[in-house]
Design a protein around this ligand. Sequence first.
Ligand SMILES: *Cc1c(COP(=O)(O)O)cnc(C)c1O
Length: 457
Amino acid sequence: MSVSKKSLQIQKTYEALFALEDIREVFRQSLPTGFSPAEQEEFSKDLSRIKNIIAELESGQGKPSCNRIGKLDARTREEEFINIHPIQAAGRLTPEARKAVISYGDGYSTCDYCRKPFRLDKITRPPIEEFHQSLAKFLNMDQARVVPGARRGFQAVTQSLVEKGDSVIVSALAHYTEFLAVEVAGGVVKEVPLSENNIVTGEAVARKIEEVKKETGKLPKLIMIDHFDYQFANEHDVCGIGKVARDYGIPFLYNGAYTVGIMPVDGKKFGADFIVGSGHKSMAAAAPSGVLATTDEWAPRVFRTTQMVGDLTSRKFGVKEVENMGCTLMGATLLSMIASFPRVQERTARWDEEVKKSNYFLEQFQRIEGSRVLSQWPRKHTLTKVDTTGSFDVVAKTHKRRGFFFSDELKERGIIGEFAGATRTWKLNTYGLNWEQIKYISDAFIEIAKKYNLNVN
Ligand SMILES: *Cc1c(COP(=O)(O)O)cnc(C)c1O
Protein backbone atom coordinates (compact mmCIF):
# COMPACT_ATOMS: atom_id res chain seq x y z
CA MET A 1 0.00 0.00 0.00
CA SER A 2 1.49 3.33 -1.00
CA VAL A 3 1.74 6.02 1.64
CA SER A 4 -0.58 8.31 -0.27
CA LYS A 5 -3.26 5.65 -0.53
CA LYS A 6 -3.05 5.06 3.20
CA SER A 7 -3.16 8.79 3.75
CA LEU A 8 -6.30 9.16 1.68
CA GLN A 9 -7.94 6.29 3.53
CA ILE A 10 -7.15 7.95 6.83
CA GLN A 11 -8.79 11.13 5.56
CA LYS A 12 -11.81 9.14 4.45
CA THR A 13 -12.02 7.49 7.85
CA TYR A 14 -12.19 10.87 9.54
CA GLU A 15 -14.65 12.12 6.94
CA ALA A 16 -16.90 9.15 7.67
CA LEU A 17 -16.58 9.58 11.41
CA PHE A 18 -17.47 13.25 11.14
CA ALA A 19 -20.42 12.50 8.88
CA LEU A 20 -21.68 10.01 11.45
CA GLU A 21 -21.48 12.80 14.02
CA ASP A 22 -23.69 14.87 11.74
CA ILE A 23 -26.23 12.06 11.79
CA ARG A 24 -25.92 11.93 15.55
CA GLU A 25 -26.80 15.60 15.64
CA VAL A 26 -29.99 14.97 13.66
CA PHE A 27 -31.06 12.55 16.40
CA ARG A 28 -30.25 15.13 19.03
CA GLN A 29 -32.34 17.79 17.31
CA SER A 30 -35.36 15.59 16.67
CA LEU A 31 -38.42 14.86 18.75
CA PRO A 32 -38.61 11.63 20.75
CA THR A 33 -41.34 10.51 18.37
CA GLY A 34 -39.11 10.55 15.29
CA PHE A 35 -37.89 12.70 12.43
CA SER A 36 -39.73 15.55 10.78
CA PRO A 37 -39.70 15.47 6.95
CA ALA A 38 -36.78 17.96 6.93
CA GLU A 39 -34.86 15.86 9.41
CA GLN A 40 -35.59 12.70 7.43
CA GLU A 41 -34.19 14.42 4.37
CA GLU A 42 -31.06 15.50 6.19
CA PHE A 43 -30.60 12.04 7.64
CA SER A 44 -30.89 10.46 4.19
CA LYS A 45 -28.50 13.01 2.73
CA ASP A 46 -25.90 12.35 5.41
CA LEU A 47 -26.36 8.63 5.02
CA SER A 48 -25.79 8.61 1.30
CA ARG A 49 -22.76 10.84 1.83
CA ILE A 50 -21.40 8.26 4.24
CA LYS A 51 -21.99 5.46 1.76
CA ASN A 52 -19.94 7.32 -0.81
CA ILE A 53 -17.19 7.98 1.69
CA ILE A 54 -17.14 4.31 2.66
CA ALA A 55 -16.82 3.32 -0.99
CA GLU A 56 -13.86 5.65 -1.35
CA LEU A 57 -12.40 4.39 1.89
CA GLU A 58 -12.62 0.87 0.56
CA SER A 59 -11.04 1.62 -2.81
CA GLY A 60 -8.55 4.12 -1.50
CA GLN A 61 -9.49 6.40 -4.33
CA GLY A 62 -11.31 9.70 -4.39
CA LYS A 63 -10.94 13.36 -3.66
CA PRO A 64 -8.86 14.26 -0.62
CA SER A 65 -11.26 15.45 2.03
CA CYS A 66 -11.07 18.62 4.03
CA ASN A 67 -11.72 17.48 7.56
CA ARG A 68 -11.46 20.85 9.22
CA ILE A 69 -13.52 21.59 12.29
CA GLY A 70 -13.82 25.36 12.10
CA LYS A 71 -10.27 26.50 12.60
CA LEU A 72 -9.05 23.07 13.67
CA ASP A 73 -7.41 20.48 11.51
CA ALA A 74 -8.26 16.88 12.21
CA ARG A 75 -5.27 15.40 14.04
CA THR A 76 -4.04 12.38 12.13
CA ARG A 77 -0.47 12.02 13.42
CA GLU A 78 -1.07 8.74 15.17
CA GLU A 79 -2.69 7.25 12.09
CA GLU A 80 -0.21 8.60 9.54
CA PHE A 81 3.06 8.28 11.40
CA ILE A 82 5.03 6.24 13.87
CA ASN A 83 5.18 8.71 16.73
CA ILE A 84 8.29 8.60 18.95
CA HIS A 85 7.47 11.78 20.87
CA PRO A 86 8.95 11.52 24.38
CA ILE A 87 5.81 12.46 26.30
CA GLN A 88 3.06 11.22 23.99
CA ALA A 89 3.80 7.52 23.63
CA ALA A 90 1.93 5.99 26.57
CA GLY A 91 -0.86 8.54 26.61
CA ARG A 92 -2.14 7.49 23.21
CA LEU A 93 -5.73 6.41 23.61
CA THR A 94 -6.81 2.83 23.27
CA PRO A 95 -9.71 2.23 20.86
CA GLU A 96 -11.88 1.74 23.95
CA ALA A 97 -10.90 5.17 25.25
CA ARG A 98 -11.65 6.78 21.90
CA LYS A 99 -15.11 5.24 21.94
CA ALA A 100 -15.64 6.49 25.49
CA VAL A 101 -14.60 9.99 24.40
CA ILE A 102 -17.16 10.19 21.61
CA SER A 103 -19.81 8.68 23.84
CA TYR A 104 -19.17 10.74 26.98
CA GLY A 105 -17.94 14.00 25.47
CA ASP A 106 -20.83 16.04 26.81
CA GLY A 107 -19.94 18.26 29.77
CA TYR A 108 -21.08 16.62 32.99
CA SER A 109 -21.64 13.25 31.38
CA THR A 110 -20.48 11.33 34.46
CA CYS A 111 -23.34 12.78 36.46
CA ASP A 112 -26.39 11.06 34.91
CA TYR A 113 -26.92 8.83 37.93
CA CYS A 114 -25.15 10.84 40.59
CA ARG A 115 -26.96 10.17 43.86
CA LYS A 116 -26.23 10.91 47.48
CA PRO A 117 -23.61 11.61 48.78
CA PHE A 118 -23.02 13.47 45.49
CA ARG A 119 -19.36 12.89 44.97
CA LEU A 120 -17.63 11.75 41.79
CA ASP A 121 -15.78 8.84 43.38
CA LYS A 122 -19.05 7.50 44.82
CA ILE A 123 -20.92 7.23 41.52
CA THR A 124 -21.84 3.63 40.76
CA ARG A 125 -23.25 4.10 37.25
CA PRO A 126 -21.04 4.25 35.25
CA PRO A 127 -18.88 2.23 37.69
CA ILE A 128 -16.71 5.10 38.90
CA GLU A 129 -16.66 3.98 42.53
CA GLU A 130 -15.51 0.52 41.51
CA PHE A 131 -12.82 2.08 39.31
CA HIS A 132 -11.46 4.02 42.27
CA GLN A 133 -11.18 0.81 44.27
CA SER A 134 -9.48 -0.93 41.35
CA LEU A 135 -7.03 1.94 41.02
CA ALA A 136 -6.03 1.71 44.68
CA LYS A 137 -5.59 -2.04 44.36
CA PHE A 138 -3.65 -1.69 41.12
CA LEU A 139 -1.09 0.47 42.97
CA ASN A 140 -1.28 -1.59 46.17
CA MET A 141 -2.47 1.42 48.14
CA ASP A 142 -5.56 1.88 50.32
CA GLN A 143 -7.37 4.73 48.61
CA ALA A 144 -7.24 6.54 45.30
CA ARG A 145 -8.74 9.57 43.62
CA VAL A 146 -8.59 10.73 40.04
CA VAL A 147 -7.04 14.15 39.57
CA PRO A 148 -6.59 16.51 36.60
CA GLY A 149 -2.98 15.51 35.94
CA ALA A 150 -0.11 14.33 38.11
CA ARG A 151 0.63 17.97 38.94
CA ARG A 152 -2.75 18.31 40.69
CA GLY A 153 -1.94 15.21 42.67
CA PHE A 154 1.32 16.79 43.87
CA GLN A 155 -0.59 19.96 44.67
CA ALA A 156 -3.20 18.18 46.78
CA VAL A 157 -0.39 16.65 48.84
CA THR A 158 1.75 19.76 49.22
CA GLN A 159 -1.23 21.92 50.16
CA SER A 160 -2.18 19.38 52.81
CA LEU A 161 1.26 18.85 54.32
CA VAL A 162 3.46 21.84 53.62
CA GLU A 163 3.24 25.17 55.36
CA LYS A 164 4.95 28.43 54.61
CA GLY A 165 8.72 28.07 54.70
CA ASP A 166 8.70 24.26 55.00
CA SER A 167 11.30 22.30 53.05
CA VAL A 168 10.42 19.64 50.51
CA ILE A 169 12.99 17.20 49.19
CA VAL A 170 12.95 16.75 45.43
CA SER A 171 15.62 15.47 43.06
CA ALA A 172 17.99 17.48 40.90
CA LEU A 173 16.03 15.98 37.99
CA ALA A 174 12.62 16.95 39.39
CA HIS A 175 9.89 17.98 36.99
CA TYR A 176 8.84 21.65 36.93
CA THR A 177 5.38 20.74 38.20
CA GLU A 178 6.97 19.46 41.42
CA PHE A 179 8.63 22.85 41.92
CA LEU A 180 5.32 24.59 41.30
CA ALA A 181 3.42 22.30 43.66
CA VAL A 182 5.85 23.19 46.44
CA GLU A 183 5.69 26.87 45.54
CA VAL A 184 1.89 27.05 45.55
CA ALA A 185 1.92 25.66 49.09
CA GLY A 186 4.49 28.22 50.24
CA GLY A 187 7.25 25.63 50.65
CA VAL A 188 10.86 25.60 49.52
CA VAL A 189 12.42 22.90 47.31
CA LYS A 190 15.64 21.24 48.39
CA GLU A 191 17.25 19.29 45.59
CA VAL A 192 19.07 16.02 46.09
CA PRO A 193 22.26 15.91 44.00
CA LEU A 194 22.79 13.07 41.53
CA SER A 195 25.42 10.38 41.68
CA GLU A 196 27.89 10.47 38.80
CA ASN A 197 25.68 8.18 36.73
CA ASN A 198 22.69 10.48 37.17
CA ILE A 199 20.89 8.43 39.79
CA VAL A 200 19.21 9.57 43.00
CA THR A 201 20.10 7.21 45.85
CA GLY A 202 18.67 6.69 49.32
CA GLU A 203 21.99 7.77 50.86
CA ALA A 204 21.97 11.05 48.93
CA VAL A 205 18.44 11.73 50.14
CA ALA A 206 19.50 11.03 53.73
CA ARG A 207 22.47 13.40 53.37
CA LYS A 208 20.20 16.13 52.02
CA ILE A 209 17.77 15.65 54.90
CA GLU A 210 20.65 16.08 57.36
CA GLU A 211 21.77 19.20 55.53
CA VAL A 212 18.29 20.72 55.63
CA LYS A 213 17.99 19.85 59.31
CA LYS A 214 21.28 21.58 60.05
CA GLU A 215 20.45 24.59 57.94
CA THR A 216 16.82 25.17 59.02
CA GLY A 217 16.62 23.38 62.34
CA LYS A 218 13.67 21.39 61.01
CA LEU A 219 13.12 18.21 59.04
CA PRO A 220 11.66 18.48 55.54
CA LYS A 221 7.89 17.97 55.44
CA LEU A 222 7.82 15.78 52.37
CA ILE A 223 10.05 13.77 50.05
CA MET A 224 8.89 13.79 46.45
CA ILE A 225 10.96 11.65 44.06
CA ASP A 226 10.39 10.31 40.54
CA HIS A 227 10.86 6.60 40.01
CA PHE A 228 11.98 7.39 36.45
CA ASP A 229 12.81 11.04 35.78
CA TYR A 230 11.67 12.96 32.70
CA GLN A 231 15.16 13.93 31.49
CA PHE A 232 16.98 10.60 31.22
CA ALA A 233 14.28 8.20 32.37
CA ASN A 234 16.91 6.71 34.66
CA GLU A 235 15.65 4.50 37.44
CA HIS A 236 16.10 6.00 40.87
CA ASP A 237 16.39 4.10 44.10
CA VAL A 238 12.79 4.47 45.26
CA CYS A 239 12.99 1.47 47.60
CA GLY A 240 16.05 2.95 49.33
CA ILE A 241 14.44 6.37 49.41
CA GLY A 242 11.25 4.91 50.87
CA LYS A 243 13.31 3.35 53.62
CA VAL A 244 15.11 6.62 54.41
CA ALA A 245 11.73 8.36 54.49
CA ARG A 246 10.45 5.83 57.02
CA ASP A 247 13.59 6.12 59.16
CA TYR A 248 13.14 9.88 59.41
CA GLY A 249 9.35 9.71 59.67
CA ILE A 250 8.93 11.94 56.60
CA PRO A 251 6.11 11.11 54.18
CA PHE A 252 7.24 9.92 50.74
CA LEU A 253 5.48 10.84 47.53
CA TYR A 254 6.40 8.44 44.73
CA ASN A 255 6.12 10.23 41.40
CA GLY A 256 4.96 7.62 38.90
CA ALA A 257 4.30 9.94 35.95
CA TYR A 258 6.53 7.65 33.87
CA THR A 259 5.60 4.35 35.53
CA VAL A 260 1.96 4.11 36.62
CA GLY A 261 0.10 2.57 33.69
CA ILE A 262 3.09 1.12 31.89
CA MET A 263 4.91 -1.01 34.47
CA PRO A 264 3.88 -2.75 37.68
CA VAL A 265 3.83 -0.28 40.59
CA ASP A 266 3.56 -1.53 44.16
CA GLY A 267 3.19 1.29 46.66
CA LYS A 268 3.76 -0.91 49.68
CA LYS A 269 6.98 -2.30 48.26
CA PHE A 270 8.33 1.21 47.76
CA GLY A 271 7.15 2.32 51.18
CA ALA A 272 5.21 5.12 49.51
CA ASP A 273 2.76 7.26 51.44
CA PHE A 274 1.51 8.77 48.20
CA ILE A 275 1.59 7.56 44.63
CA VAL A 276 0.93 9.97 41.82
CA GLY A 277 0.41 8.93 38.21
CA SER A 278 -0.42 10.73 35.01
CA GLY A 279 -3.41 9.57 32.97
CA HIS A 280 -2.47 11.43 29.82
CA LYS A 281 1.20 10.49 30.01
CA SER A 282 1.10 6.84 30.95
CA MET A 283 -2.45 5.52 31.29
CA ALA A 284 -3.82 5.93 27.76
CA ALA A 285 -6.30 8.54 28.93
CA ALA A 286 -7.40 11.95 27.66
CA ALA A 287 -5.94 15.04 29.29
CA PRO A 288 -6.01 16.30 31.93
CA SER A 289 -6.11 13.16 34.02
CA GLY A 290 -4.12 11.40 36.68
CA VAL A 291 -4.29 9.50 39.91
CA LEU A 292 -3.41 10.21 43.53
CA ALA A 293 -3.31 7.18 45.81
CA THR A 294 -2.50 7.06 49.49
CA THR A 295 -2.74 5.00 52.66
CA ASP A 296 -5.52 4.93 55.23
CA GLU A 297 -3.09 6.80 57.47
CA TRP A 298 -2.82 9.82 55.18
CA ALA A 299 -6.22 9.76 53.51
CA PRO A 300 -8.03 11.75 56.24
CA ARG A 301 -5.48 14.54 55.83
CA VAL A 302 -5.23 14.74 52.05
CA PHE A 303 -8.84 13.80 51.36
CA ARG A 304 -10.24 15.90 54.21
CA THR A 305 -13.80 17.08 53.74
CA THR A 306 -15.11 20.61 53.90
CA GLN A 307 -15.75 22.24 57.24
CA MET A 308 -16.98 25.54 55.81
CA VAL A 309 -20.35 26.89 56.98
CA GLY A 310 -22.22 29.71 55.24
CA ASP A 311 -22.62 32.66 57.58
CA LEU A 312 -26.02 33.61 56.14
CA THR A 313 -27.48 30.31 55.09
CA SER A 314 -25.58 27.96 57.43
CA ARG A 315 -25.05 25.72 54.44
CA LYS A 316 -22.46 22.94 54.69
CA PHE A 317 -21.23 20.59 52.00
CA GLY A 318 -20.18 17.74 54.24
CA VAL A 319 -18.54 15.08 52.06
CA LYS A 320 -16.93 17.29 49.45
CA GLU A 321 -13.16 16.92 49.59
CA VAL A 322 -11.37 20.24 49.81
CA GLU A 323 -8.24 19.40 47.81
CA ASN A 324 -10.35 17.86 45.05
CA MET A 325 -12.71 20.85 44.97
CA GLY A 326 -15.51 18.33 45.50
CA CYS A 327 -15.33 16.55 42.19
CA THR A 328 -12.53 16.27 39.66
CA LEU A 329 -12.85 14.63 36.23
CA MET A 330 -16.46 14.94 35.21
CA GLY A 331 -16.60 13.74 31.66
CA ALA A 332 -14.77 12.11 28.80
CA THR A 333 -11.39 12.36 30.55
CA LEU A 334 -12.42 10.02 33.34
CA LEU A 335 -14.40 7.73 31.07
CA SER A 336 -11.41 7.42 28.74
CA MET A 337 -9.30 6.42 31.73
CA ILE A 338 -11.85 3.82 32.81
CA ALA A 339 -12.26 2.49 29.28
CA SER A 340 -8.50 2.05 28.86
CA PHE A 341 -7.96 0.52 32.28
CA PRO A 342 -8.36 -3.19 31.43
CA ARG A 343 -5.76 -2.89 28.69
CA VAL A 344 -3.55 -0.69 30.87
CA GLN A 345 -3.56 -3.32 33.62
CA GLU A 346 -2.73 -5.98 31.12
CA ARG A 347 0.05 -4.03 29.42
CA THR A 348 1.95 -3.39 32.64
CA ALA A 349 2.61 -7.14 32.74
CA ARG A 350 4.34 -6.84 29.37
CA TRP A 351 6.75 -4.10 30.45
CA ASP A 352 9.84 -6.30 30.01
CA GLU A 353 9.02 -6.70 26.35
CA GLU A 354 8.68 -2.93 25.95
CA VAL A 355 12.13 -2.47 27.49
CA LYS A 356 13.54 -5.17 25.22
CA LYS A 357 12.23 -3.32 22.15
CA SER A 358 13.66 -0.05 23.42
CA ASN A 359 17.08 -1.68 23.86
CA TYR A 360 16.89 -3.33 20.45
CA PHE A 361 16.23 -0.01 18.73
CA LEU A 362 18.99 1.76 20.65
CA GLU A 363 21.50 -0.97 19.85
CA GLN A 364 20.81 -0.35 16.18
CA PHE A 365 20.92 3.40 16.75
CA GLN A 366 24.35 3.14 18.40
CA ARG A 367 25.73 1.37 15.36
CA ILE A 368 25.71 4.81 13.75
CA GLU A 369 29.14 6.16 14.63
CA GLY A 370 28.99 9.22 16.85
CA SER A 371 25.54 8.39 18.25
CA ARG A 372 25.30 7.90 21.99
CA VAL A 373 22.75 7.06 24.64
CA LEU A 374 22.93 9.53 27.53
CA SER A 375 20.45 7.66 29.71
CA GLN A 376 21.54 4.69 31.82
CA TRP A 377 22.51 1.69 29.70
CA PRO A 378 21.14 -0.89 29.10
CA ARG A 379 17.79 0.83 29.19
CA LYS A 380 15.23 0.04 31.83
CA HIS A 381 12.69 2.34 30.19
CA THR A 382 11.33 3.22 26.75
CA LEU A 383 12.04 6.95 27.12
CA THR A 384 15.66 7.75 26.32
CA LYS A 385 17.89 10.75 25.94
CA VAL A 386 20.29 10.41 23.03
CA ASP A 387 23.18 12.45 21.72
CA THR A 388 23.73 12.69 17.97
CA THR A 389 26.27 15.53 18.10
CA GLY A 390 28.84 13.19 16.55
CA SER A 391 26.54 11.90 13.81
CA PHE A 392 23.42 13.68 12.54
CA ASP A 393 24.56 17.04 13.89
CA VAL A 394 27.72 16.80 11.79
CA VAL A 395 25.49 16.51 8.73
CA ALA A 396 23.30 19.39 9.96
CA LYS A 397 26.30 21.72 10.08
CA THR A 398 26.61 21.81 6.31
CA HIS A 399 23.07 20.96 5.25
CA LYS A 400 20.98 23.81 3.89
CA ARG A 401 18.06 22.76 6.09
CA ARG A 402 20.39 22.62 9.10
CA GLY A 403 18.97 20.41 11.85
CA PHE A 404 15.67 20.16 10.04
CA PHE A 405 17.18 17.83 7.47
CA PHE A 406 16.86 15.06 10.05
CA SER A 407 13.18 15.65 10.82
CA ASP A 408 12.57 15.92 7.07
CA GLU A 409 14.21 12.56 6.47
CA LEU A 410 12.31 10.92 9.31
CA LYS A 411 9.02 12.42 8.25
CA GLU A 412 9.54 11.25 4.70
CA ARG A 413 9.77 7.75 6.14
CA GLY A 414 6.63 8.22 8.22
CA ILE A 415 8.35 8.83 11.54
CA ILE A 416 7.52 11.82 13.68
CA GLY A 417 7.86 13.08 17.23
CA GLU A 418 11.53 13.92 17.66
CA PHE A 419 12.05 17.59 18.47
CA ALA A 420 12.12 19.15 14.99
CA GLY A 421 15.50 20.66 14.23
CA ALA A 422 17.26 19.02 17.18
CA THR A 423 20.32 16.99 16.19
CA ARG A 424 22.42 17.21 19.35
CA THR A 425 20.71 15.91 22.47
CA TRP A 426 17.10 14.94 22.25
CA LYS A 427 14.62 12.42 23.61
CA LEU A 428 12.51 9.71 22.11
CA ASN A 429 10.09 7.11 23.39
CA THR A 430 9.41 3.74 21.77
CA TYR A 431 6.59 2.76 24.12
CA GLY A 432 3.80 0.79 22.46
CA LEU A 433 5.50 0.25 19.12
CA ASN A 434 5.27 -3.35 17.93
CA TRP A 435 8.34 -5.28 16.77
CA GLU A 436 7.65 -4.52 13.11
CA GLN A 437 7.53 -0.81 13.85
CA ILE A 438 10.67 -1.06 15.99
CA LYS A 439 12.55 -2.76 13.18
CA TYR A 440 11.17 -0.23 10.72
CA ILE A 441 12.41 2.78 12.69
CA SER A 442 15.76 1.06 13.32
CA ASP A 443 16.21 0.55 9.57
CA ALA A 444 15.11 4.11 8.87
CA PHE A 445 17.77 5.59 11.18
CA ILE A 446 20.48 3.43 9.61
CA GLU A 447 19.28 4.28 6.12
CA ILE A 448 19.41 8.02 6.82
CA ALA A 449 22.90 7.65 8.30
CA LYS A 450 24.11 5.81 5.21
CA LYS A 451 22.52 8.34 2.88
CA TYR A 452 24.69 11.02 4.47
CA ASN A 453 27.82 8.87 4.53
CA LEU A 454 27.96 8.39 8.27
CA ASN A 455 29.79 5.26 9.33
CA VAL A 456 27.55 2.40 10.40
CA ASN A 457 29.20 -0.40 12.35
C1 LIG B 1 4.97 14.59 32.85
C2 LIG B 1 5.47 14.65 34.22
C3 LIG B 1 4.75 15.30 35.22
C4 LIG B 1 3.46 16.07 34.95
O1 LIG B 1 2.39 15.21 34.66
P1 LIG B 1 0.95 15.81 34.36
O2 LIG B 1 0.05 14.62 34.45
O3 LIG B 1 0.99 16.42 33.00
O4 LIG B 1 0.64 16.83 35.41
C5 LIG B 1 5.25 15.27 36.49
N1 LIG B 1 6.40 14.64 36.80
C6 LIG B 1 7.12 13.99 35.87
C7 LIG B 1 8.38 13.30 36.25
C8 LIG B 1 6.68 13.98 34.55
O5 LIG B 1 7.41 13.35 33.64
